[in-house]
Design a protein around this ligand. Structure first.
Ligand code: ATP
Ligand code: MG
Length: 166
């Protein structure tokens, strides 16, 4: 957790797709992504209900040393975890009906500071969110899940590289 993110540079080779056969694989991918977490990194997770977004975030937070229960913060909208002086914000915007609700909720400042933003249902906040460093999309596939990852910045590209490390 040393480097600061650079949201500006568009990466060259910036996506991959892989199969996650079970819950452990989803959490394991989250754990790998822990290696790329630094101040201000934004990771958005798309995918329908039950596709594994919280499972992946739980794996990531566990790998960073979070011991608390990690569940979708649907009612609270955001849950804060603190690790090594880094604030990690886990958002879930499922219950937003449109982007105005995000603006009304007064959450915008979280997305422009040093905190790490992990977001479920980012599309429910519409255009109000700044682009992510890394965008993950989960989909049902047989008994498991397919996940695709796309980098939107140099920081996101580092995430992609880390997540492919053995
Ligand atoms: N790769 C996988 N293969 C099969 N089941 C999985 C996989 N990853 C996660 N699951 C299971 O999917 C279920 C839903 O996971 P999770 O709660 O993480 O989904 P979610 O995307 O956060 O849903 P929501 O949109 O409701 O917040 C859990 O029972 C979890 O164990
Ligand atoms: Mg969830």
């Amino acid at each position: 957790m040393t480097h600061s993110q650079d949201h500006s540079q568009p990466p060259a080779k910036a996506h991959w797709t892989t199969y996650l056969p079970d819950e452990g694989a989803t959490a394991g991918l989250g754990a790998k992504l822990a290696a790329c977490i630094g101040p201000g990194v934004r990771i958005y997770l798309r995918g329908e209900l039950g596709s594994g977004k919280t499972t992946l975030i739980r794996g990531l937070l566990r790998a960073l040393g979070v011991k608390d229960t990690v569940k979708s913060p649907s009612y609270a909208l955001v849950e804060l975890y603190v690790v090594s002086r880094l604030n990690l914000y886990h958002f879930d915007f499922y219950r937003f009906l449109d982007a105005h609700e995000f603006e009304d909720a007064g959450l915008a400042d979280y997305f422009h500071g040093e905190g790490v933003c992990l977001v479920e249902w980012p599309e429910r906040a519409g255009d109000a969110l700044p682009p992510p460093d890394l965008e993950l999309t989960l989909a049902y596939s047989g008994t498991g899940r397919e996940i695709s990852a796309k980098a939107h910045s140099a920081a996101g590209e580092r995430c992609l590289a880390k997540s492919q490390d053995a």
